[in-house]
Design a protein around this ligand. Structure first.
Ligand code: C5P
Length: 233
């Protein structure tokens, strides 16, 4: 089985290119950011204060453990049919709300939460969890912030997707205003700064290929990723 690990900062186009790459090869697709977003969304739903300067890590961990260990959570691995569900309800749109984007780093910086999610992510990647049809396939593309370094450092293909901050900001602004009807957009650099305490997704670890797509189109980025996977097959 080919494991493709793709990391990178906000607004670099990880999700769209990773999904297209998985479709191209008929691989499973795992959006680990969606799992952290679901964790933050669930904490907000439970009324946990994520605005505090220092969140109550014990309560946050307990809440996230409840979501991920009691079968409430479900994520689709088929790139043609992505879904994120909690107790059977689709939350794919809700977890991309500005409120979740604003608070997600507070949850993802809690180390026991990371341990829980890393274990869950490895189970999906190794085919021990998730949809049968895709969990035992020829390969999987997993994207996030620490896949190349922590979740799957032995992955056959490891890529750090980067782009200049102003390019990422412009892409994210377009996404927010067009697809979400949001006026203005989030500050991607602020989220990167908040995330960089626990994960290093700005420098490539040894053996990881850096792909800067600042001046590449979506198709050019995808072609380059396809080449990297082809080389590993
Ligand atoms: O990729 P996306 O922007 O949806 O990720 C949302 C958040 O999830 C990130 O800002 C980060 O806080 C967290 N995350 C993480 N580790 C990953 C993937 C995402 O901490 N592997």
């Amino acid at each position: 089985m080919i494991r493709v690990a793709i990391d990178g900062p906000a607004g670099v186009g990880k999700s769209s290119t990773s999904k297209a790459l998985a479709k191209y090869f008929g691989y499973a697709y795992l959006d680990t950011g969606a799992m952290y977003r679901a964790a933050a969304w669930w904490c907000l739903q439970q009324g946990i204060d994520l605005d505090a300067d220092s969140v109550d890590e014990r309560i946050v961990t307990q809440c996230v453990a409840d979501l991920f260990t009691d079968g409430h959570f479900d994520i689709g691995l088929d790139p043609d049919r992505p879904y994120v569900r909690v107790n059977g309800n689709e939350i794919g749109d809700a977890i991309r709300d500005a409120d979740v984007s604003l608070h997600v780093s507070k949850v993802s910086n809690v180390i026991p939460v990371r341990h829980l999610l890393i274990a869950a992510q490895r189970a999906y990647i190794d085919g021990e969890a998730g949809e049968d049809s895709f969990s035992q396939g020829a390969g999987v593309v997993a994207e996030g912030r620490d896949i190349t370094t922590v979740v799957e450092p032995e992955a056959e293909v490891r890529v750090l997707l980067t782009a200049r901050p102003e390019v990422r900001q412009a892409r994210r602004s377009g996404q927010s205003s067009i697809s979400r009807g949001v006026v203005g957009s989030e500050d991607v650099s602020a989220r990167d700064k908040a995330d960089s305490g626990t994960t290093n997704f700005l420098d490539a670890a040894p053996g990881v290929t850096t792909l800067d797509n600042s001046d590449l189109t979506f198709e050019q980025t995808l072609d380059r990723l396809i080449e990297l996977v082809d080389d590993a097959i």
